[in-house]
Design a protein around this ligand. Structure first.
Ligand code: ZN
Length: 265
């Protein structure tokens, strides 16, 4: 006699509920090919068609689309830095597309972060020197790279925590690649800090006397720095939104022990 068996209800493979059921680390496997829109595991699915979870074009998650940022493609050079900035552009509307091309490749991105924090510090130092604030100029040039690198490192910790809360795949490499590609914005902080100090010294003395007992030159510098940092944070926000399920160049083609996935794509 035929017996109808209903399989026990379990979340569809690749969904966040499934990941939660198996332990959230399941979808953190950097080698899985995920839908870059929703994080669904596409590893064993055909290469054409749509994501079963969100309906996004399956091809849009192809690692081949992450051809590399200008810095990753051209290698480290002053021209590559300028092209990187021009590519990112001043308009947030372009950032999503720009981060869609970024390759999850930290070794090829590290020098972009170093170049940006050093350049930002040199720019700040020159700015303070032009303003005749020689001591501040020296401090900015020497302490700046360490300070900016530390703030950037803290940002990666925050991104990974943020990602874990949302079941995003923000690996260490993804976090560092995103902040590295946002790091040119630190140069804006390098410009705005001495400018803020100069402006603050002129327009903030009344604040210093009546409202806030800090010299205007300091308040102005801090405000300028925070304005630059805000731009950095905004670029990071757009970057992480576009890279929260970013696939490695080899994603989907590597057998991952325990995941049941096989060579594919
Ligand atoms: Zn999807």
């Amino acid at each position: 006699m035929a017996e109808t068996r209903t399989p026990p209800a379990r979340p569809a493979a690749g969904t966040r509920a499934d990941a939660a059921a198996r332990g959230t680390t399941a979808l953190l496997d950097p080698h899985l090919l995920l839908c870059e829109s929703c994080g669904y595991d596409l590893t064993t699915l055909p290469q054409s068609g749509s994501c079963p979870e969100c309906g996004a074009d399956r091809a849009a998650s192809s690692p081949a689309l992450r051809v590399g940022s200008p810095w990753q493609v051209r290698g480290a050079s002053p021209m590559a830095w300028l092209v990187e900035v021009a590519h990112l552009g001043p308009h947030p509307g372009r950032w999503r597309a720009a981060f869609g091309r970024v390759r999850v490749d930290w070794p090829a991105s590290r020098s972009l972060l170093v170049a940006s924090v050093v350049l930002a510090s040199v720019v700040a130092g020159v700015g303070f020197a032009l303003a005749g604030m020689w001591l501040t100029a020296g401090i900015a040039a020497i302490v700046g790279p360490l300070l900016l690198h530390t703030l950037t490192a803290i940002e990666t910790v925050g991104l990974r925590m943020f990602g874990r809360q949302r079941s995003w795949r923000i690996t260490s490499d993804v976090a560092w690649v995103v902040v590295a590609h946002a790091s040119p914005a630190w140069v804006l902080a390098g410009v705005l800090t001495p400018v803020g100090s100069l402006v603050g010294a002129r327009v903030l003395p009344w604040v210093e006397v009546f409202i806030w007992p800090v010299p205007g030159v300091v308040s102005g510098g801090v405000i300028g720095f925070l304005a630059g940092m805000f731009v950095f944070e905004t670029v990071v926000f757009f970057g992480v939104r576009r890279c929260h399920f970013a696939n490695l160049p080899s994603a989907g083609s590597v057998v991952t022990p325990g995941s049941g996935t096989t060579a594919h794509g």
